[in-house]
Design a protein around this ligand. Sequence first.
Ligand code: FAD
Length: 817
Amino acid sequence: SQRVVIIGAGIVGTNLADELVSRGWSDITVVEQGPLHMPGGSTSHAPGLVFQTSPSKTMTHLARYTVEKLLSIEKDGHKCFNQVGGLEVATTPARLEDLKRKHGYASSWGIEARLVSAEECYKMYPHLNNEMVLGGLHIPSDGLALAARATQLLIERTRKAGVRYLGHTPVTGIERDGRRVTGVSTPSGTIPADIVVSCAGFWGVELGAMVGVEIPLLPLAHQYAKTTAVPALAGRGINNMINGMNATLPILRHQDKRLYYREHGGQYGIGYYGHRPMPVVAASLGLTPKEVDEMNMPSRLEFTTEDFDPNTEVADGFNGVFSFTPDGGPILGQPSHLDGFYVAEAVWVTHSAGVARALAQILTTGRSDIDVSECELSRFEEVQLNRDYVSETGQQNFVEIYDIIHPLQQRASPRNLRVSPFYARQQELGAVFFETGGWERPWWYEANKDLVKSLPPSWQPVERDPWSAQLHSPISAAEAWKTRNAVAMFDMTAFHRFDVRGPGAVGLLQRLTTSDITTKPGTVTYTLILNDHGGIRGDIFVLRLDDDVFQIGANTATDLAYLIREARVQEQNTPGQWIQVRDITGSTCCIGLWGPRARDVIAGISTTDVSNKGLPYFSLKKTVIRGIPVTLIRKSYVGELGWEIQTSAEYGQRLWDTIWQAGKLHGLIAGGRSAFNSMRLEKGYRTYGVDMTTEHNPFEAGVSYAVDANKKDDFVGKAALQRLSKQVPSRRLRALTVDDGRSVVLGKEPVFYNGKAAGYVTTAAFGYTIGKPIAYAWLPGYVREGETVEIEYFGKRIRATVEAESLYDPEMNRLRQ
Ligand code: FAD
């Protein structure tokens, strides 16, 4: 077996050793700078509250596995998890509503949960102030992780299985030979390794720097205190952090005051998120001392009484250090430029075993059962890796950790990090910008406001409930109407574009995609990239520009990292067949010009034959528009006639102005992402990462049309697909329309079939053309078209019908005219 070195013996590192051992790995060394009985990282003082449910399915499932695993680790009759249940209380009407939404997430992700009345809250937690509480959410399977104890038991059992543990051994460098790690250096010498995994918690930044890898986490201090003896808890016995088994009260969250509570024998433990963010530089904490105890460890800083707001007598408090990231998620995976180096950091105790299992599965079989794309190290754009960005967004996430967050909520800062060349014109048109990956993207344009009044009656936007009305404008209805009936231009710049070229390029794309891309230059192919198990790891457009030159239209920075890595593998296997993969997103720009009058607009400014014969659907041509070199790509996400018109960034504004001028005659407007999303759903185009992930195969996800069943060459996932094609899918991504024609949901809501939770919504939008709200949802395979299901939204059930796809222009007449 390959030699593995794990850096860090906290809850993540020890779980990883255990997960690897259970998969047959035999040469594992865990290197820890602190003493092994109490290493002194965040785990050594973690109060261990495990609230499993979150808006993220991935995070909830990572937590659910952690609970299962901790329950299974036992010594002398004591487990490592005390399943006291979790209670979140609401003291404001807004929070009460939020708990209903959270109850929905629990149902969607398969966690048993109950909305409970104020009286039931008191019954479960008699010390609550009964004047304040309006109601709560109870999750019986939540509880207290005994993380420090679990770490010790994992060390004990993996040691027995042959894992070597080196305490008091700081890793001072990571050794490499070219692009491959070869070991770690320590004061007592080098430890050779084929795989090095950094599980160094908030020291991750320093470890990454040893191999030139930016780790976008921010160590922050967070206050935790134990109260003096509480008379109402008298007689409950010793119950310190390590031994929390005799706690009986549920773990409690009072998020309206940014507080959480647990029981410590006769005292309460109180965690407080209301204080100012207190960033820490791990390197400044110095070396871990030889002797570590509960009071003296690098991750435990002095308690700052002035920051602790709860009106409580504190017996013992500290400012403990742990990690925050720009989007609040953990960091898992490997950098694209280095082989054999992995990280699993910024992980809570709550998700620790789940993350460790995912990484062990990736190392063993190349993929994890739970989709972890939202945890990938490579998900961050370059601009999101710089320390200022990480610091500002990490602190914001700390401050907002218990806030009620709308799914479309936008951060106020940092903004305007990346703008397309059309930005000035978009501002003139009153664009309302939403941010993604640092890009500013118009969501709708205030300049189109007057169009709403002139909409035909069937297009008039319906009134929305207050939640779905937030960060929404009826203007998007007018923008959709114009696109369907005249023509609109959409800024497509923020979509990732990669240039892939060289003599090995055909071989690479042929090996990674489900389609035959050896078509002639000038063609566009929509295709999938799969893992070996047939799970979808991305959907991309492959544009063949020349024999050895391709452009890839992709979803995420992770796609880029994957292509770079696989190009390297391919080059090693076929020497001389070099491949260059370059991100050209920012150096180019792109306008989607779509609608029945799009051809009239183009014909007015270009001499190229843009007839259906001259430039058919899914073909492309390099040409010139009024002196501007462009590529015309005949494709459309919104299901209308039209082109993506691409040029390099310096021509962008001129291109916008030229099209804008020419379009006036034909009723051209600028359209935003809100209208775009609505039309995308009407057409049934999936969004990777939301509608489908590595957990789904193309047959279930309804994208088997992107698999070329006759493709001769082998490709990643081919064997799995052949097997899967013979099975009847047990679940399917289905299109639903809402029966009342007005109730808009936002995504992630549970869907009920015959009264039982049977699936969940992925994306949703109002379909302006079809005059009804649309929701895409995963449902059991036996649910048929025409059947009724119910979507739960804020505790209410909304009837919806399973529809045949596409909801708009299923014959593709609009696209192919
Ligand atoms: P750590 O436990 O920090 O382990 C990393 C290890 O790496 C350390 O032991 C360190 O010594 C070692 N290391 C670092 N650098 C080197 C090096 N160069 N060479 C060798 N070894 C090295 N999470 C929850 O889920 N629920 C909670 O209720 C909760 N409450 C919290 C309350 C507080 C006050 C704090 C601070 C955190 C809380 N957390 C909670 C978060 C949780 O404690 C951490 O996220 C988790 O313990 C991190 O585990 P880890 O194994 O990644 O890191």
